[in-house]
Design a binder for this molecule. Structure first.
Ligand code: COA
Length: 320
């Protein structure tokens, strides 16, 4: 059986960088409050870029690193919930943008766990031999669904995209993944679709992200360690064998709490939300892309874990 190897990683963030101080000129907030509670100082906001353009730029960078021609891409999965179009999927727009004309293309919505879910799905296509390669992309333009009147949510998020190329190989790659959802708790974090005027009734939907921050915080701190332990036990890997833990970059306090709870040195956790804020499905591939640029991944064993709306959560064990 083939193993899905990560052969290229890339990311793209918009041109406009917005600091906590910039936000404090627009609303009643300040750098001290945001940084001390979240570890976030800057985020990027897509003014001139669409979410599928960001996804396409990240994908092209990942393909270049992999040395793979877009025309040879078999599968494109875009993890997102903040695209401009309800249909077609963002994956189809990326397919057009990069010229991957023969790729099966679809979106996957598992919010901030979307990239990890996407890795699991693409891995199945490659393991079974159905496809030789896949592009898994996380791309979010969250700025267009944030409630900019709600300072307790809008300061947390940012826009951006990250992508990986998976290719069928024989030695290293995705070792295993576990993914779950707790639909029962969906009201902790959700965004409804845009409302519409019909001849029969008027939808009152608010197309804004709603969040109970403390419930989401508790959920992440409880469930992420459970799945990290599960995948390590299943694959007889000790936490000492893992070189890096790359969690969804939502809040540095979530990462520190998880590290403490699992008694793992915080130095093994890659953290970059200071620069990007929470970019949802894009956060893990952006982190992996930065790590790859710093030559941190070659030969390393890495656990990635996502958590977010759904509520969804999941992790993958990867040997680079
Ligand atoms: N600037 C200044 N003050 C703010 C603020 C802001 N941006 N946002 C909220 N506040 C105020 C509140 O109004 C409240 O004031 P009050 O005590 O006078 O009513 C106070 O700060 C505390 O608010 P609270 O919501 O209790 O803060 P908190 O300590 O729970 O932190 C979060 C809020 C959102 C930072 C925290 O709950 C969190 O990080 N949760 C996880 C969210 C997350 O990661 N979601 C995505 C997961 S994918």
């Amino acid at each position: 059986m083939k193993i899905a190897k990560i052969s290229g990683i890339g990311h793209y963030v918009p041109e406009l960088k917005v600091s906590n101080n910039d936000l404090s000129k627009l609303m009643d907030t300040n750098d001290e409050w945001i940084y001390s509670r979240t570890g976030i100082r800057n985020r990027y906001i897509a003014v001139s870029e669409t979410s599928y353009e960001m996804a396409g730029f990240a994908a092209l960078r990942a393909l270049e690193k992999a040395g793979l021609d877009p025309i040879d891409v078999d599968l494109i999965i875009v993890a997102t919930f903040s695209g401009e179009y309800a249909t077609p999927s963002m994956a189809c727009l990326v397919q057009k943008a990069i010229g991957a004309v023969k790729a099966m293309s679809f979106d996957l919505n598992a919010a901030c766990s979307g990239f990890v879910y996407g890795i699991d799905v693409a891995d199945q296509f490659i393991k079974t031999g159905k496809y030789k390669n896949a592009l898994v992309i996380g791309s979010e333009k969250l700025s267009q669904i944030l409630d900019w009147e709600d300072r307790s949510t809008c300061v947390l998020f940012g826009d951006g995209a990250g992508a990986v190329v998976l290719e069928a190989g024989d030695d290293v790659g995705i070792i295993d993944s576990v993914n779950y959802a707790i639909g029962e708790a969906y009201e902790c974090l959700y965004a409804k679709n845009v409302g519409n005027k019909t001849p029969f009734y008027e939808e009152q939907n608010e197309h804004k992200l709603m969040m109970n921050g403390q419930d989401v915080f508790q959920f992440a701190c409880k469930k992420v360690p459970e799945i990290l332990y599960e995948v390590m036990e299943k694959n007889q890997v000790n936490q000492e064998d893992v070189d890096y833990f790359v969690l969804h970059q939502a809040n540095v306090r979530i990462v520190t709490k998880i590290a403490k709870r699992m008694k793992i040195s915080i130095d093994k956790f890659y953290v970059n939300m200071e620069a990007y804020g929470n970019t949802s499905a894009a956060s893990i591939p952006i982190a992996l892309s930065e790590m790859s640029e710093k030559n941190m991944l070659i030969g390393k064993k890495v656990l990635i874990a996502g958590f977010g709306a759904g509520l969804t959560y999941g992790c993958s064990l990867i040997q680079f």
